[in-house]
Design a protein around this ligand. Structure first.
Ligand SMILES: *Cc1c(COP(=O)(O)O)cnc(C)c1O
Length: 408
């Protein structure tokens, strides 16, 4: 007779060792736990959430109408489309090359579309083995100062990953000559969480460094549209970058597409492996096998983002967020705190010398009812700081700015 088994069944499939090494993502669940606790003690508190960096402003009409029109077309014989080109439709690849990489000599063929920023890394990591554990941090969107949460605290190292600490002491740019050679250098500018945009001079150094070491830079320019001070919006503004860099970018923060999902990767033909083989051929293959192209609806929206009207409307939305950022920066400055970022990115990074960032986070929440992110959540180099996001409705931002003084 069949007896129910008391011991649960396990397969014979071993778990991937790199996944096994990861600590669970604790940051945002931990923030939510603090938030819930605070609300339990103060049921009437009106929280302002400036923690998680998600866009809040509606997508401009011209863009959603283009998507709606595409969707309606799918119900017609003439408008129906099935699989598209895996790399993205050519009109959109050309539009990005022409509008975002104007004067940088990037060809439409060098642009590959995708829906997932992070999955792209995971896929690339299949053939850049040493990157694997590190890549998962990107998956957690903890791309940061000194890199993310799962590193070994004592050594500051995780496998073969070298962390580059960036803070006010080095003008948010690593001391490259003190860093050993790696195959890949991950660099995010404007930076999440510090809000710092690397200067032309800094990026020239980075390209020079990569060239001298024969490394590949993976440059995350998701916040390029927020740059206001003339800092480069792309690594390809730097001469020679095509031989050493890949750029990954996204419509998420540029167009409020965090839910719609659309991003791209630029892989110049000049970028080669040690044996002279072009990297783009492999990445193209990965995109074709793993992704099968981005949604045609998202791509219709992407194309509308790059139309004259769409682009202008998006610039207005970004201006709105940047005005939010200015209000918050001025608020912190009036309290005589050390505040960074907020000029070329929707993030404000506030330094509290000598204090534990989780303590500052909790204290801030208690006194002001504002939810932030403790810098420590982004890695040890984030200690003593909190990150405040400028995504939000103006009335909430103004209210937050009024409440800042309650912290003191
Ligand atoms: C939000 C964000 C992105 C966008 O990722 P998607 O998967 O395209 O939404 C990329 N990089 C950084 C650093 C971000 O903060």
């Amino acid at each position: 007779m069949w007896e129910p088994q008391l011991v649960s069944h396990c397969s014979k499939v071993p778990r991937n060792v790199n996944l096994e090494k990861l600590r669970s993502g604790y940051l945002f669940p931990e923030i939510s736990r603090h938030e819930a606790e605070h609300l339990q003690e103060n049921p009437d508190a009106s929280l302002i959430r400036l923690g998680i960096g998600d866009t809040t402003h509606p997508i401009p009409d011209t863009i959603t109408l283009a998507m709606a029109e595409h969707v309606r077309g799918l119900s017609t014989i003439q408008g129906y489309r099935g699989y598209g080109a895996e790399q993205g439709n050519m009109a959109l690849r050309k539009a990005i090359a022409g509008k975002i990489y104007q004067d940088m000599g990037i060809k439409a063929d060098e642009i590959l579309y995708r829906t997932e920023h992070n999955a792209t890394f995971l896929a690339y990591s299949c053939f850049w083995d040493p990157m694997l554990p590190w890549l998962y941090k990107t998956h957690l969107s903890l791309v940061i100062v000194g890199q993310a949460g799962e590193l070994e605290e004592e050594t500051g190292k995780y496998g073969n990953i070298i962390y580059m600490n960036c803070g006010p002491e080095n003008n948010f740019f690593p001391n490259l000559w003190a860093i050993p050679r790696t195959d890949v250098i991950f660099f995010c500018s404007p930076n999440n969480p510090t809000g710092h945009a690397a200067s032309r001079q800094q990026l020239k150094q980075l390209v020079e460094f990569a060239k001298a070491n024969g490394s590949i830079i993976v440059y995350d320019s998701a916040y390029a549209g927020y740059i206001r001070d003339g800092s480069p919006r792309s690594i390809f503004e730097i001469p020679g970058a095509k031989e050493v860099a890949i750029e990954i970018s996204s419509f998420s923060k540029f167009a409020g597409f965090t839910g719609v999902r659309l991003g791209w990767t630029v892989v110049p033909e000049e970028l080669k492996y040690s044996n002279g083989f072009p990297v783009i051929k492999d990445l193209n293959r990965i995109v074709c096998t793993c992704f099968n192209g981005a949604s045609s609806i998202a791509q219709a929206g992407g194309l509308a983002c790059l139309s004259t009207d769409g682009y202008q409307a998006l610039c207005n939305v970004i201006d709105y967020y940047m005005e939010n950022a200015k209000i918050l920066v001025d608020g912190f400055k009036s309290l005589d705190l050390n505040v960074y970022g907020g000029k070329n990115a929707p993030y404000i990074w506030v330094h509290f010398p000598g204090l534990n960032s989780w303590d500052v986070f909790s204290d801030f929440l208690k006194k002001t009812n504002i939810v932030t992110v403790p810098g420590r959540g982004f890695g040890p180099a984030g200690e003593e700081n909190i990150r405040i996001s400028a995504f939000g409705q103006r009335e909430h931002i103004l209210e937050a700015s009024r409440r800042l003084k309650l912290y003191l």
